[in-house]
Design a protein around this ligand. Structure first.
Ligand SMILES: NC(=O)c1ccc[n+]([C@@H]2O[C@H](COP(=O)([O-])OP(=O)(O)OC[C@H]3O[C@@H](n4cnc5c(N)ncnc54)[C@H](O)[C@@H]3O)[C@@H](O)[C@H]2O)c1
Ligand SMILES: [Zn+2]
Length: 363
């Protein structure tokens, strides 16, 4: 069992604890009771997580209102949110409610957003069950739902009051989702911690076998790195942008594939693109890129742009990036493994469009 504390702006929640362990789900309910007392509780999960047995393990036999959403991104919208809020009202819940999110990033994002808006804000406990959610979405306080036009069109920064990571829940996750979510761990290592990168390189077999003690260490390092960045820049004014490494081109590829590629798969290709830009700009060499390509390759995620997504489509999507200034975004680059390249104090830097086009041509 490992523990971390994350500090958040005082006007929000002050700080919260992250607990990481194996097969801890059965003891989490008692901990929630002791932290929050006998206030109203409301659990949000999805049908796959419920079917996999994690819901039963969490609160065997207790009479708690539960909302089970249909699995997948298509549930992360305002219609589901309204149904959740109405179910909370029907359960006579008040402002002292604690929402408990048990699931992947979709459940975490919508449950966090429901908690942010229900009666002007109630507490939320995140219990992430995917590699992506345990590395990324459950920590940091970003919540939201999609509109029919774009992802996370509605949202709020709403920090959890506690996070419980049970790496044993990952045993039931399908292999493709499992591998794709691990790309966020590779990203964390590349931007913040060379030792963590070496740890990933030398423990990939154990990670892919889902060996619990190694997964606990991976979860711990992810949380430590993300917490540090989020504490320094909670609302993404500058430093937090480093977590977008590989994501500018990654998002374009994800979108360009019509979401055929999972987020982590598209980001893996985006990380390779960032490595190629680094070489063009004299910030890296092919030896370093090969090291990164090897880890991602062994994870079994794609490292090449699908041939059916054209360069011009990608450039058009990149120009629409929500972080663009004058229709062109800045890029997060590293100058060595574990260190983001900064220019004039900025964690995301200018890269000319023709250089990005050249790299996309080779990707
Ligand atoms: N808030 C943030 O900071 C942040 C960061 C990154 C991503 N996100 C969001 O996260 C979402 C993606 O999250 P995700 O990749 O976890 O996807 P997801 O929540 O859709 O989960 C992936 C699939 O795995 C299933 N599943 C989840 N846990 C399982 C388990 N233990 N056993 C068996 N099946 C299980 C789900 O039902 C789903 O089918 C996106 O909406 C993205 O926008 C948010
Ligand atoms: Zn991501």
């Amino acid at each position: 069992m490992q523990e971390l504390t994350v500090k958040v702006p005082a006007e929000k929640a002050g700080e919260y604890r992250i607990e990481i362990g194996t097969d801890i789900l059965g003891s989490v309910w008692a901990k929630i009771e002791s932290q929050f007392g006998s206030v109203g509780k409301f659990v949000i999960t999805d049908a796959n997580v419920a079917k996999a047995g994690h819901l039963d393990k969490l609160f065997s036999g207790r009479d708690i209102p539960i909302y089970v959403i249909s699995p997948g991104e298509s549930s992360k919208n305002m219609n589901t949110l309204v149904s959740i809020i109405e179910a909370m009202e029907n359960a006579y819940l008040a402002r002292d409610t604690v929402v408990i999110a048990l699931g992947g990033g979709v459940v975490g994002d919508i449950a966090g957003f429901a908690a942010a808006v229900f009666k002007r804000g109630v507490k939320v406990v995140q219990i992430p069950t995917t590699t992506l959610a345990q590395a990324d979405s459950a920590i940091g306080g970003k919540t939201g739902v999609d509109s029919s036009l774009s992802k996370n069109a509605f949202g709020a920064f709403w920090h959890p009051s506690a996070v419980y990571i049970d790496v044993a829940t990952l045993k039931t996750l399908d292999d493709r989702q499992y591998r794709a979510g691990l790309v966020e761990s590779v990203k964390h290592a590349l931007v913040a911690d060379e030792k963590f990168f070496e740890f990933l390189e030398s423990n990939l077999d154990a990670i892919l076998r889902r060996q619990a003690d190694i997964l606990e260490q991976v979860a711990y390092q992810n949380c430590r790195i993300k917490a540090q960045v989020v504490e320094a820049d909670p609302t993404e004014k500058n430093r937090r942008r480093m977590l977008n490494y590989g994501h500018t081109i990654g998002h374009a590829i994800e979108w360009g594939s019509g979401f055929e590629l999972l987020h982590g798969e598209a980001v893996a290709i985006g990380i390779i693109a960032a490595g190629m830009i680094e070489i063009e700009m004299g910030l890296g060499d092919s030896k370093r890129l090969e090291r990164v390509r090897k880890v991602l390759g062994e994870l079994g995620v794609p490292v090449k742009k699908p041939a059916n997504i054209s360069k011009s489509i990608l450039i058009d999507i990149i120009r629409r990036d929500k972080k663009s200034i004058n229709k062109w975004p800045r890029f997060v680059l590293i100058d060595r493994i574990g260190n983001v390249h900064r220019r004039e104090g900025q964690w995301a830097v200018e890269v000319k469009q023709d250089m990005v086009e050249k790299v996309l041509g080779k990707l």
